[in-house]
Every structure is written in C-alpha cells, then in structure tokens.
Design a binder for this molecule. Structure first.
Ligand code: BT5
Length: 329
C-alpha cells in the first residue's frame, strides 16, 4: 500500500497530491492514508501538507523501493520484476518461495532489513535497516547443474565490478565469493539451487553489501573483519549501487550463456585477491597451508602444498590468511 501511495507522489513530481483522491482510488479511509504517510515520515520521507491542496513530497530517502530502483535501472533482464520488503526473514527464503511458484528469471527480492539473514552453514548475516543492500536474484539458466557453482563466481565478478564503478577500485574477491576492501569483508554471498539431475530449475544468488554500517555498529564478533562503503569514506547511493551491480551481473551472465564460463573465470582471476597468496584451508578434519595458485575450469581453487596441488571445492571450506587465528570448532 505504501508503495502505491508513493507512486502518486512520484508521478506528481514535486506537486501536490490530494489525500482524498488517493483514498478514493485505493479504496481506503483518509485516516489510513494519513497513517501511511506518517510511517513514511518515520522512514525519512519529508512531506509538506496544505489543508486545501493535500501533500507534497519534498524529499525521498535512499530506499530501495521498486520505484526508486526502476528510476535508475538499465538492465534488460535482472531486476525487471522486483519484490520489495521493508522487513523480511531472508530474501533468499522469499526468493525460493516465489521461484517454486514460477517467478520469472531475473526477478529480484529486495529488503531494507532481514530478521534472519543467513550465510553458509546457517551462519547468521547482519543486515540492519537501510544500511546495506540485501537482495536475491532468481536465475533459470540452461546450464547443466554441475556448472551451477560457477554462477557464484560469476556473481562475485558482477558485484565486484559494480562496487568499482561506485568508487571503490580496491575491492577484490576472496575465493570463492566474499568481497573484501582493504582486507575486510564488505560483501557476502549465498547461492542456492534447485535442480534435477539434468536440469536446473532455479538458482538463487543471495547478496549482501554493506553500505551505511558504521564500524562500531557491527556486532563485536566480526567488527575487526567487516567494513562498509561508509567505513571506506563513501556515502554511496544504494539504488545506484544496486543498478550498477545488476548491470555488471547481467553482462557476465550473458557472457556465460553465449560463450561459456571461460571468460567469466578469466574475469574472476583478474579481480581475485586470493591467488598468489599463502592460505590456510580448513574443512572437516583437514587443516593445511599452501599457496593459492589458480582456479581450474570448474572454479575449484588450486592450492600448492608440499604434497602437490590440492583441489579445493567451494562449500564448507574456509580459506584464511596463514597468520589468521584458527577458529575453534
Ligand atoms: C556469507 O556467509 O557471507 C553469505 C551472506 C549472504 C547474505 C545475503 S543477504 C541477502 C540474502 N539473504 C540471506 O539470508 N542471505 C543472503 P558466510 O561466508 O557463511 O559468512 C558469514 C560470516 O560473515 C558470519 O559468521 C560473520 O562472521 C560474518 N558477517 C556476518 N554479517 C556480516 C556483515 N554484514 N558484513 C561482514 N561480515 C559479516
């Protein structure tokens, strides 16, 4: 309902909109409209009101409503359908629900805040109101299911390039798909898939980009290791950032579909901050140090150790700098 109300103000382009007209069109009471406008004010919108003329929108905050996103979006596929929530459990969960009901490829689910945003292995992901871009993209690629893990690398390339465009050329990809700026995590991604043996039904690319979180607002457990645009000195426009990320992601996706993943992997290598570094690989009972030398055609990380080259699959593997503390399990 609030989106529909906002649409009136957008169309009026700074002019007055009569509350009575909105209430007639939307078939709700004027009190209900007034309450919605009050909530919008709490969310940072500024209105001027006149008893005779109605309301005039003077300032719209940087929210990710479909109208705000559409006003800056230049993609053909990604984001052409938008599901928007002020608050939800997790955009990945919402995306899965609508993907199962047949949502079109390219649909995105965006939330200002997630109550139970999550990462891999059910770890939680911190997603406070309007201080990041928390969204999920639904893809229905024609690739074989075994290719799906490379979509995660593709997403990392798109997001990293989008971040570069908005003024942070120092952003780089830590294998497989975290994005770090000056050694600290700014983006986390969680890909999920539903498929049969031979066909992908859908892939959900869940992406969380920190924009306006101040250093002291991050939970203590990862305050030292996380960052945001604001922390890096940039007051970024969230809708412009989302539009740039979707444009870059769409370009990589087209490339993957027309030419296969080779070029995407090449792009990933260029943006990687893992390759060439000493890393510690941790999974189940294994824990070893080696040098990350490359990724192979399947997107697996190749780590050179005394015993030879180890091929590391994404999943429940943790890659850290050798001097980082070893997590207790
Ligand atoms: C990830 O997991 O980094 C994937 C995060 C995906 C989040 C998006 S938001 C939209 C969509 N909806 C969802 O519910 N999820 C996706 P992982 O690699 O497991 O890292 C999780 C770890 O990152 C946590 O255990 C913390 O240490 C750290 N962390 C949590 N929140 C963070 C944040 N906002 N910024 C940086 N680090 C964070």
């Amino acid at each position: 309902m609030r989106n529909e109300i906002l649409e009136y103000f957008r169309k009026a382009n700074g002019g007055y909109v009569s509350g009575e007209q909105i209430s007639k069109d939307l078939k709700v009471s004027r009190t209900a409209i007034w309450k919605h406008i009050n909530v919008l004010k709490e969310r940072g919108y500024i209105f001027e009101s006149s008893t005779r003329k109605g309301y005039r929108l003077i300032y719209a905050p940087d929210l990710l409503t479909p109208l705000e996103i559409e006003s800056v979006l230049h993609t053909e596929l990604l984001g052409r359908h938008i599901e928007y929530y002020e608050s939800t459990t997790s955009t990945n969960e919402e995306a899965k629900k609508i993907a199962m009901q047949g949502a079109e490829e390219g649909t995105i689910v965006v939330a200002e805040e997630q109550v139970t945003g999550h990462g891999r292995l059910s770890r939680s992901f911190y997603t406070p109101f309007a201080k990041g871009i928390w969204f999920s993209v639904i893809l229905r690629p024609k690739f074989f299911p075994m290719e799906a893990s490379k979509c995660t690398l593709m997403a990392a390339v798109g997001v990293c390039r989008g971040i570069h465009r908005l003024g942070l050329p120092a952003a780089g990809i830590k294998w497989p798909n975290d994005i770090l700026v000056n050694g600290k995590k700014m983006v986390g991604m969680l890909s999920e898939m539903s498929s049969s043996m031979e066909k992908i039904d859908y892939i959900i690319l869940g992406i969380g980009i920190n924009t306006g979180i101040k250093e002291n607002e991050f939970p203590e457990e990862f305050r030292e290791t996380a960052t945001s645009f604001l922390n890096e000195g940039i007051n970024v426009s969230r809708k412009n950032l989302l539009a740039a990320v979707l444009a870059e992601l769409e370009a990589e996706y087209k490339l993957a579909q027309t030419e296969g993943f080779e070029r995407v992997l090449e792009d990933w290598r260029k943006l990687s901050i893992t390759l060439g570094k000493e890393v510690r690989v941790i999974y189940s009972n294994e824990n070893y140090i080696g040098k990350a030398v490359d990724i192979d055609k399947d997107g697996c990380l190749l780590v050179e150790t005394k015993e030879g080259i180890q091929r590391v699959l994404a999943g429940d593997v943790s890659i850290r700098p050798v001097d980082a503390p070893i997590p207790q399990r």
